[in-house]
Design a protein around this ligand. Structure first.
Ligand code: HEM
Length: 308
């Protein structure tokens, strides 16, 4: 990982808190935001020193409207826009507001909780939290659908290549596009599908996590549509979550990418279909409740913002 980048390359950890915050209307937010940038640098440095084996981190992403309201540098990162919904015949990738996104990871919930609390202490004067999702490692890194999630993620040095902006946008090299969607699964319907049918939805075998051969894998399986070529990859850090009292079981989809275009292509394949109409069958069991794009600045950029 480049030394001054936020932690966009790491593998998933045991525990995660995802938070989305929106600024309140009519307030001056800049001063508190500057303080927050300092806090994010502090939290990450402190975690590295105090809990080196926990691989704890707190990554902050900034949405388009927040970037403009905070008068952060112009021109903006080339692809930072408000995410536009992608509307297929049957399923829609909705767009939801989001000024700031926090991706907090650690091996224990205590560290995640303390980091989230520290962020909330600073932010609550000027912003409200619109979503907080607590994700956990489920067995051998399975999604709540029972399939291992993350196998075909880039490995090693490729993680940096595919997650960080390169030299084509020099002011933002080392930053990253962060895209998130909170999916709720229809587990009742999913559990009624026999395992062989579930495997056809994903395109992999359930127990041993082996990919189906090309002549067996259905064209509308998740991995047939999400794979857009070896040169176009993203780093996914999805986490399952579940709440029995609300009966909401889901996947928090989170991707870091050197270019948002790659994520957009995957979403288009999934929701519109490739060819159009051949949409991703996973969507018949998964509803996207949110969808927001953020930019993750490097620590150097956060340092600049904090002293503006
Ligand atoms: C409904 C929520 C989702 C679930 C439960 C899910 C789960 C999975 C699983 C189980 C795999 C196979 C193992 C692996 O390689 O990770 C996979 C692969 C993949 N997923 Fe998803 N996924 C979801 C949404 C998405 C979205 C929204 C995108 C892109 C925008 C995406 C992109 C990918 C990619 C690129 C692969 C690897 C394809 C390959 O090269 O084989 N996924 N996903």
């Amino acid at each position: 990982m480049k030394p001054d980048s936020q932690n966009v390359t790491d593998y998933t950890n045991n525990n995660t808190i995802f938070m989305v915050w929106d600024f309140k209307d009519g307030l001056e937010v800049k001063r508190v935001f500057n303080k927050l940038c300092k806090l994010i640098i502090n939290l990450n440095n402190s975690a590295n020193v105090r809990f080196p084996v926990s691989r704890a981190s707190c990554v902050m992403g900034i949405g388009h409207d927040a970037w403009v309201r905070l008068q952060l540098p112009v021109p903006l990162p080339k692809e930072l826009v408000n995410f536009e919904p992608i509307i297929g015949d049957k399923h829609t990738a909705v767009s939801s507001k989001g000024d700031l996104h926090f991706h907090i990871r650690a091996d224990t919930t205590s560290i995640c909780y303390d980091m989230a609390a520290a962020v909330a202490d600073v932010l609550s004067a000027i912003a409200v939290s619109t979503d907080e999702t607590h994700g956990f490692r489920y067995w051998d890194s399975r999604s709540i659908l029972g399939f291992v999630d993350g196998t075909e993620n880039p490995q090693g040095a490729d993680r940096e290549l595919f997650s960080m902006v390169g030299d084509d946008d020099p002011a933002y090299t080392g930053g990253s596009y962060l895209f998130v969607q909170k999916y709720i699964h229809n587990l009742t319907a999913w559990k009624q599908l026999p395992t062989e049918q579930q495997e056809k939805v994903i395109g992999r075998y359930k127990e041993n996590d082996v990919e189906m051969a090309d002549d067996t894998k259905p064209a509308n399986s998740h991995i047939a549509l999400a794979n857009v070529g070896d040169d176009f990859k993203i780093v996914r850090d999805n986490m399952p979550f579940g709440n029995m009292s609300t009966n909401e079981m889901g996947t928090y989809f989170i991707a870091y990418a050197s270019t948002f275009g790659t994520v957009h292509k995957m979403l288009t394949n999934m929701f519109i279909g490739s060819p159009a109409g051949n949409y991703d069958r996973i969507l018949d069991f998964s509803t996207a409740r949110t969808g927001s794009l953020f930019f993750v600045p490097t620590f150097d950029m956060l340092d600049d913002f904090s002293s503006d």
